[in-house]
Design a protein around this ligand. Structure first.
Ligand SMILES: [Fe+2]
Length: 240
């Protein structure tokens, strides 16, 4: 939990202020079904020609759905999972029983990563403005330097994984790469945006050309959605 979140919760009192629930998580816990696959927030062809509709459908309806189903399976046997916000579970994986920890790490991470991912696509690329652009310039050397470093990290991630821009409650940005379905949420950090470099994210259209996919993906980023995440991160209310 971040210092800001601790301060917010402490100020309001744990008993009187519910922690923000994660996108794609039911308001009340009861498992199974505690975690929900939300529909894509745009048509599957919205990211054409950069990300093809067939990839979007398979990725969301099959791959993401499988993570949600497996996470709900784990929650069925461990109801407490459904009653805690997903980002908090991911930040405290070590507290889970060993028998379920890897399942939650892989599938809870997969659910959080993909729920984040869909929300920040469907746009027209370009660049942000205002406080977010200022932070990109200040912390990451500007848009071109950020994209170059981000793409390089995504390209050099061996096997399956993700590349992220992280954000501290102060607004400071950073870059991070993680294997499999790991996420900086597991370190208690916040994710501003992330790109999926599993082959299922690009192989139909780009085959083995991950670099081309990474370069093209920026054309579909919805910077208004990312800016809203940036505001929530600074307010301490960003979950996944
Ligand atoms: Fe994926």
């Amino acid at each position: 939990m971040t210092t800001t979140r601790r301060a917010v919760l402490g100020a309001a009192g744990l008993a009187t202020m519910a922690a923000p629930r994660a996108l794609g998580q039911a308001a009340s816990g009861a498992a199974p079904g505690a975690f929900t696959l939300l529909p894509l927030p745009y048509a599957p062809e919205a990211n054409e020609p950069h990300i093809d509709a067939e990839t979007m459908l398979l990725h969301h309806d099959k791959h993401h759905a499988a993570y949600v189903a497996a996470l709900n399976g784990a929650a069925k046997d461990n109801p407490a999972l459904g009653n805690r916000p997903l980002h908090e579970t991911l930040a405290r994986l070590g507290e889970l029983p060993e028998a379920v920890r890897a399942t939650v790490r892989n599938n809870g991470g997969g659910h959080a990563n993909h729920a984040m991912f869909w929300q920040l696509m469907g746009g027209r690329g370009g660049q942000p403005s205002g406080a977010l652009l200022a932070a990109v310039i200040r912390d990451l050397g500007g848009m071109e330097a950020m994209r170059t470093a981000f793409n390089r990290m995504g390209l050099s991630q061996f096997g399956s994984g993700w590349v992220f821009v992280t954000v501290e409650p102060s607004g400071k940005l950073g870059l991070a790469a993680r294997a499999n379905q790991d996420t900086p949420l597991m370190d208690g950090s916040q994710v501003l945006l992330g790109n999926d470099v599993w082959e299922h994210a690009y192989y139909l259209k780009y085959r083995n050309r991950r670099a081309d996919y990474l370069a093209a993906w920026w054309n579909v980023v919805n910077w208004d959605a990312v800016a809203a995440r940036y505001d929530r991160a600074r307010a301490g209310t960003l979950t996944i």
